[in-house]
Design a protein around this ligand. Structure first.
Ligand code: SF4
Length: 436
């Protein structure tokens, strides 16, 4: 069968799509681009913002309109939290965020007897569970895709932080973790497949192992993974919460030669009163302590972050506090998001919902600051040499990333999936230009 997949959302959704793609190929199906004719279309949806919901519905409608006879299977976070809304879009199969391999079994079954099901006027096959009741981590095969340099490894699912603006805990359930032996085995296989970098990802990897109650924390997993991989295969970490960064974490992490000194430390606001309204589990003092600990343990690590602007009730003064705190942290790169009101979240009911003009103005001001800090960080590396793992070529120029996640371009031959030392010559925009 010809199958096309459209994925919305985060690294975890992309990872689960990669696992489904690898499994479909292993079952003898062929994968075609979403624009092409297919026997079945899979839409892996996202619900992180109201815009993601809308995009998910648009893609489903487009698939149904362009391929009235094909099987439409919908999975992912939007299907998990709003199956009724998806059911109204003339689809054949709905599954949530659990049981990806079972979803493929159902897809094959529906492909088999869809004509009979339609003639019988049967509605879609729906298999959506209660995410908060899940206790088992679904182990999915990582990697297996040609030509990739970097492989994602999903090591954790679920979140119980219940930040007031977020619906993810309802879409992904409680914390479940990949076991260390399974993580080691998957890493050895990825190295054997030729991947040069493994990204540990999850919904909230700082909670890895939380359900085990044996005190083993994320650093234990990172040590095991780094040691299971050859020294020349890098390990990069997904988004972290500040509570993870302790003196013990930094001491042990700094001892791992193949761990990338790049830490995406989720911040969301730089103002304590806003952090409180967000129900974030730290204040700016604890956050800054994490930044200082990382800078004490690593040579100019890449510290990147996420910032929400225009959170309900955020005054101009609170926003200025955030800008001052961002300046103090001197991030190497930032993702800036105007607050997105999500029905069903506590934040959606808070007073002081900001008009879009205010959100856009604050995103513009934060963006200007972020670019200035990023430029300063990049300029600090000009004249030095960094190892760069090259990923792709464009017009004779190879693009890759250094361990601190700086994007680097250089001229060369056959550099795909090759790590080479690069002398960094100058900055151009948000990247560095170098020579081998
Ligand atoms: S940590 Fe907060 S923002 Fe992140 S997934 Fe969990 S509840 Fe959502």
């Amino acid at each position: 069968m010809k199958i096309a997949i459209y994925t919305l959302g985060c690294k975890v959704n992309q990872y689960e799509t990669q696992a489904m793609e690898a499994e479909l190929l292993a079952r003898g199906h062929s994968l075609v681009p979403f624009e092409e004719r297919a026997d079945a279309y899979i839409i892996n949806t996202c619900t992180v913002t109201a815009v993601s919901d809308k995009k998910s519905r648009q893609v489903i409608r487009r698939a149904r309109k362009e391929a009235p006879e094909a099987v439409i299977g919908v999975c992912g976070c939007y299907a998990q939290t709003a199956p009724e809304a998806v059911e109204a879009l003339e689809v054949d199969l709905i599954s949530g965020t659990a049981g990806r391999m079972a979803f493929l079994d159902d897809l094959e079954a529906v492909l088999e007897d869809r004509r009979a099901a339609r003639l019988a006027g049967e509605g879609p096959r729906v298999t959506v569970d209660d995410a908060l009741r899940r206790r088992v981590f679904e182990v999915l095969p990582a990697g297996g895709l040609e030509g990739r340099t970097r492989a994602m490894l999903k090591v954790e699912d679920g979140c119980v932080n219940f930040c007031t603006y977020c619906v993810i805990p309802y879409a992904r359930g409680r914390v479940r973790s990949l076991s260390i032996p399974e993580a080691e085995a998957q890493c050895r296989r990825l190295a054997a497949e030729g991947y040069r970098e493994v990204v540990l990802t999850g919904i909230e990897i700082s909670s890895w192992g939380a359900e085990r109650r044996d005190g083993s924390g994320l650093i234990g997993l990172i040590e095991a993974v780094c040691r299971a991989l050859p020294a020349d295969v890098r390990v990069r970490l997904g988004s972290l919460e500040p509570r993870t960064i302790t003196a013990d974490f930094c001491r042990r992490a700094a001892a791992l030669g193949n761990l990338c000194p790049h830490f995406h430390l989720s911040m969301q606001s730089g103002c304590d009163s806003v952090l409180k309204r967000m129900n974030r589990k730290y204040d700016t003092a604890r956050y800054y302590e994490s930044v200082q600990l990382l800078r004490g343990a690593f040579d100019r690590p890449g510290i990147t972050t996420d910032l929400i602007v225009g959170f309900p009730g955020e005054s101009e003064e609170e926003f200025r506090d955030t800008l001052a705190f961002v300046e103090k942290c001197a991030f190497s790169a930032m993702h800036i998001f105007p607050y997105s009101r999500r029905a069903g979240t506590p934040a959606a009911k808070l007073p002081g919902q900001a008009p879009n003009a205010v959100k856009e103005d604050r995103a513009r001001r934060a963006g200007a600051l972020a670019r200035r800090l990023e430029a300063a960080y990049l300029d600090g590396w000009v004249g030095e040499t960094l190892p760069v793992l090259f990923e792709e070529e464009k017009d004779g120029l190879w693009r890759g990333h250094a361990p601190n996640y700086v994007e680097v371009f250089a001229r060369g031959e056959d550099l795909h999936n090759v790590e080479r030392p690069v002398k960094l010559l100058r900055r151009e925009g948000g990247s560095l230009i170098g020579e081998l």
